[in-house]
Design a protein. Sequence first.
Length: 360
Amino acid sequence: MMRMMDLRRVGESLTVKFNSQFRAVALAVAVSVVGNGSFAQDFEKGVNAYDRGDYQAAMQELLPLASQGNAVSQFILGNMYADGVGVPEDDKEAVHWYRLAADQGYASAQNRLGYMYSNGKGVPADATEAVRWYRLAADQGYPYALNNLGYMYANGKGVTEDAKEAVRWYRLAADQGDASAQYTLGLMHDKGEGVLMDHKEAVRWYRLAADQSYPNAQHSLGLAYAYDRGVPADDKEAVYWYRLAADQGYASAQNSLGGMYKNGRGVLANGKEAVRWYRLAAYQGHRNAQANLGIMYNNGVGVLADNISAHMWFNISGANGLEKAREWREIVEGVMTQADISEAVNAARTCMSSDYQNCR
């Protein structure tokens, strides 16, 4: 079975600013508990302080409300401790506040508590317990939890692996506009996991997610156009979608865009531009881009020919699991001196140990 990538099991990022819809819903929930204007003002002050990055003021306003049992304030405090904003990062304390809110039925906190159990953050890892909390939130129609349950079924975590059941949960989230679920549904239709293989249907889901600027889906849509899969082949359209994802720092799209520049597909051939995109992806650890960069150095395309650099990138790519790169490394060794090989090996070691910050 195709393993679904762990794309966004949490849902909302921890430090995201609260949008107007969140404010309206959260304030309604908060006021319904206490039911007075003073409480609403304190809550609004706390959220405003959080949004402008004044976490000390946010804590000052929200802690009393959370201590009175307000679930929304408890949830926000959990986020602050989980992400270490305004307070020292403390997963156990985050779990404490999430649980208080989750026990009151607050879906966002239930979903987040599921994430903490899934990843062993602040509690021992427990996939079954994660599923329990995700399901409580999903039963309220909470889209992130619906998506997370899909992930758990797709990967057999805390439940029996079941692709059809995964599709069911993903679709419920996707129908609410969740971009991660839409993208994953596209993948499942592309591969025929839990559904019949249908490239056109895959493209439909990719496009919905891509239109929300979801980079994984933008890249997959580019691949569909590049390889005539579910849509007529169109290299210019492929480049368009690759670039949108690449500009967001998505390494696979950067590698694909580099290939388009190298081969003159959808754009004028430009070796230097190909090298630039390959390098951006290679520095993120993308093994195919690392191998491609080695090829460019080996052939002197877009850069001066340099066997030491070619060997270094082939070596790094091979170390990251690309078997073909190890074969290419051995080929280039055939025209190198032992001193050059030693220099290349040392350069690869320095590059990797610096997390690609100090590469030749």
